[in-house]
Design a protein around this ligand. Structure first.
Ligand code: ADP
Length: 163
């Protein structure tokens, strides 16, 4: 079975990686799907985000099951078009749940054949978001425990130069 994990990933964090790793243990294939979110202004281009994800998942134990794609249009329709039967999303707090519940229900309305699975964030990542990484990095704080090691230097450098 194929699942997709859609998100903005601006940039990918260790919290995202944990979800990808856990999903890769449950499914034969996991497609990390970079989607446009009109509510968010991104700091990194889609291509930069794709490269960051590809380099970050390369060393995971089940990396051969993981693909990265840039999607378009409605997430659930895109997921169905690539043959994914599940959409994976992460939940860090009750505040995430309200948004995710609404999205999942809307997706069910649009296409009943794709299930949404919500994975609970590990406690050590429950505060972690791309926004937190950007906030800390843009202010020259330490992001070394927050983003994957293979991309750390570049993310820190790019955040430093994009103030
Ligand atoms: P979106 O703009 O679609 O919310 P994000 O890149 O912010 O994209 O997040 C993608 C998914 O990953 C969301 O379901 C979000 O709740 C989840 N997520 C983000 N950070 C974490 C984390 N630290 N632990 C677990 N899930 C997370």
């Amino acid at each position: 079975m194929k699942a997709c994990y859609p998100g903005t990933f601006d940039p990918i964090t260790n919290g995202h990686i944990d979800i990808i790793e856990r999903a890769s243990e449950m499914f034969d294939e996991v497609v990390v799907l970079i989607m446009h979110n009109a509510a968010k202004k991104c700091l990194f281009t889609e291509e930069e985000r794709k490269q960051f994800i590809e380099e970050s998942v390369a060393n995971l134990p089940l990396s051969h099951k993981i693909k990265v794609m840039i999607g378009s249009g409605l997430t659930v329709e895109y997921a169905a078009s690539i043959g994914a039967s599940a959409i994976i999303r992460g939940i860090r707090a009750v505040s995430d749940y309200e948004y995710e519940l609404m999205q999942a229900t809307a997706n069910m309305y649009l296409n009943d054949s794709v299930e949404t699975l919500l994975l609970i964030a590990r406690p050590q990542y429950s505060f972690l978001s791309s926004s937190v990484v950007k906030e800390i990095g843009l202010n020259h704080g330490d992001i070394s425990e927050l983003v994957p090691e293979p991309i750390l230097d570049r993310v820190a450098k790019q955040l430093g130069s994009r103030e």
